[in-house]
Design a protein around this ligand. Structure first.
Ligand code: ADP
Ligand code: AMP
Length: 214
């Protein structure tokens, strides 16, 4: 199964993508996690991406499209994958179409998690991210067992720099102008699945599985 997750920043893409990846045994590919790992390791890509991320903008398409095309061509993606945070622009969606076509396959579904902007600020303020393994928590809605420590890898949990309210507002603007048009893009292709993301975590997951099939 080849899937992409759509939705505003903080809609729950990463949370649900991890659960979907585990259920269907496919790799979870988060471009945000790839950039954060590169920033942590001080790579050239990380240095280039950081200024855009900190400002709440998008990293330029040319820095992300080839990276994803290479990643989905790897052996572990031969049975499918779930992309989280990519595509975020129409040119990225077109690049993805070209990349999957080259592999002789196609995107099966775009899962759009719908959450109004009002709910997003609350979610982002409480989000805590593990910079070691990428796992995501929420201090109220999905708390780790031990405060500040990742359940999965024991890493330290942090409030991401780009989750501060002023940056979240900018990211929402960017989402509405650059990413939201992808909903029509995938709807026109007949493979859009829409899910109410204001439900609890497990109910959102059940809705997604209900649409994808067991
Ligand atoms: P995205 O990957 O779309 O940016 P995340 O999956 O990181 O979003 O979720 C953003 C924050 O909201 C996290 O702190 C997460 O734990 C929390 N969250 C995710 N889904 C829900 C939900 N259905 N209800 C409440 N909080 C949620
Ligand atoms: P995320 O972890 O998906 O919330 O992404 C965090 C940040 O990484 C975004 O605000 C962007 O600056 C950058 N980013 C992640 N994925 C992409 C992408 N597909 N295109 C451009 N920028 C991206």
């Amino acid at each position: 199964m080849r899937l992409i997750m759509l939705g505003a920043p903080g809609a729950g893409k990463g949370t649900q993508a991890a659960k979907v990846a585990a259920k269907y045994q496919i790799p979870h590919i988060s471009t945000g996690d790839i950039f954060r790992a590169n920033i942590k390791n001080g790579t050239e890509l990380g240095k280039k991406a950081k200024s855009y991320m900190d400002a709440g903008g998008l990293v330029p398409d040319e820095l992300v499209c080839d990276l994803v095309a290479d990643r989905i061509a790897q052996e572990d993606c031969s049975r499918g994958f779930i992309l989280d945070g990519f595509p975020r622009t129409i040119p990225q969606a077109e690049a993805l179409d070209a990349a999957v076509e080259k592999l002789g396959t196609k995107i099966d579904y775009a899962v759009d998690i719908e959450v109004p902007d009002e709910n997003i600020i609350e979610r982002m303020g409480g989000r805590r991210a593990c910079l070691s393994c990428g796992a995501t928590y929420h201090i109220m809605f999905n708390a780790p067992k031990k405060d500040g420590i990742c359940d999965t890898c024991g890493g330290e949990l942090v409030l991401r720099d780009d989750d501060k309210p002023e940056t979240v507002k900018k990211r929402l603007d960017v989402y509405h102008t650059q990413t939201q048009p992808l909903i029509d893009y995938y709807s026109a292709r007949g493979n859009l699945l829409e899910v109410d993301g204001t439900q609890g975590l497990e109910d959102v997951f059940a809705s997604i599985v209900g649409k994808l099939g067991e």
